[in-house]
Ligand binder design. Structure first.
Ligand SMILES: Cc1ncc(COP(=O)(O)O)c(C=O)c1O
Length: 377
């Protein structure tokens, strides 16, 4: 049991998870790429209009697959926000890449597209926009620059499944994109992810990379009469038991997004005036972005105030948390030359951001307690 009356996150069930898991087990196919994996693939492909989707064991592993598919070589560069989760960069560093850290916009906390062109060199092999909180990066500008320099985009869309930028689904802009189904995300299976493949040239190798470097997928389709080791790879496919759980969640996507929308709007409505009076900023969602209601954060006026509010909420049994520490200032980031002052917006925001409890089944009564505790701060 959590020591907190209101935790930061709580995995929520919809309806059919257990029934589908039983079906997966009774059907006799518990390993990867069984019937439920195929159902998830089809559902995501049809819902997003993505030509090929492959479930993976995590978003991290989908990013590692992307680095293998782009054939990243030692010394090549990838442009990645400093304000992101470790694995957006690490997946490429595993292949020998050097991360080139880009600062974020102060409004959406996404990659600042105005800085992008200045960071491109002949060694740049990928641009990695992260749609923070599922609010779309400025993809018009990012795609234009990527096209002009002929550099592929890999969208890290861990937060933004079923969100849109200018009426187009996030995850459909890059040659490749990734999703997360970790328990803190909108749709979960404990640990899980997906690779979205928009550029068909990567499909065949993606199947190989995901199946330990073998052509097993072609074998199962009857396209070759035995399967063998043909390329680099690893085991990136989840068991069909996890896919069964995930399918139940994806089927209930309207119900889940409806609940999360209510939670987000309640916070926004009840904290708006307090925020204005106390120099606190609430999330910014530009009119051309449809957000997925993934998280709700406050930008406090200072680090001291952020820490004080976390402690104040903790004393009342409410868990609020900060988020990414600047990657360029991490131990690994400094090995790549990261220095204080290099991404000033990231450094500032990282100190001041606080995330409030947010999960599908967060009741209005519990939310009212969180709001009241904040108003009393
Ligand atoms: C932006 C971003 N990318 C990648 C990940 C990693 O996701 P996973 O836990 O599915 O590997 C996270 C995790 O929260 C994330 O926030």
């Amino acid at each position: 049991m959590s020591e907190f009356r209101i935790p930061f996150n709580k995995p929520s069930l919809v309806d059919n998870e257990i029934e589908y898991i039983l079906q997966a087990l009774r059907g006799g196919h518990a390993s990867g790429d069984g019937p439920f994996t195929r159902k998830c693939h089809r559902l995501l492909e049809e819902a997003l209009g993505v030509p090929k989707v492959l479930l993976t064991t995590s978003c991290t592993h989908a990013l590692e697959m992307a680095a293998l598919l782009l054939d990243i070589q030692p010394g090549e560069e990838v442009i990645v926000p400093s304000f992101t989760f470790v694995t957006t960069a690490n997946a490429f560093v595993l292949r020998g890449a050097r991360p080139v850290f880009i600062d974020i916009r102060p409004d959406t906390l996404n990659m600042d597209e105005r800085l992008l062109e200045g960071l491109i060199t002949p060694r740049t092999k990928a641009i990695l926009p992260v749609h923070y909180a599922g609010v779309g990066c400025e993809m018009d500008a990012i795609c234009e620059i990527a096209d002009r320099y002929n550099v592929p985009i890999v969208e890290d869309n861990a937060h933004g499944l079923f969100a849109k930028y200018k009426n187009r689904w996030l995850g459909t802009f890059g040659a490749l994109a990734t999703l997360s189904f970790h328990e803190t995300k909108n749709f979960i299976c404990g640990e899980g992810g997906a690779l979205l493949i928009n550029d068909l040239q990567y499909v065949e190798r993606a199947e190989i990379v995901r199946e330990k470097g073998t052509n097993r997928s072609r074998f199962f389709r009857g396209q070759v009469d035995k399967y063998t080791w043909v390329d680099l790879g690893s085991s990136y496919l989840p068991s069909d038991i996890l896919a069964a759980f995930l399918y139940a969640q994806l089927e209930a996507r309207e119900q889940i997004q409806g609940k999360r929308r209510r939670v987000w709007e309640y916070y926004y409505e009840h904290l708006q005036d307090w925020a204005k009076d106390h120099d606190v900023r609430l999330p910014v969602v530009p009119a051309h972005c449809e957000q997925p209601y993934h998280m709700f954060y406050l930008l406090m006026p200072s680090l001291e105030q952020r820490q004080a509010l976390i402690a104040h909420l903790k004393a009342q049994g409410i868990l609020s948390v900060f988020h990414y520490l600047p990657l360029h200032l991490s131990d690994m980031g400094q090995k790549f030359g990261g220095k204080k002052g290099e991404c000033p917006v990231t450094e500032d925001i990282s100190d001041r951001l606080l995330r409030l409890p947010f999960y599908n089944d967060l009741s209005e009564a519990d939310q009212a307690c969180v709001v009241e505790a904040i108003l009393n701060f």
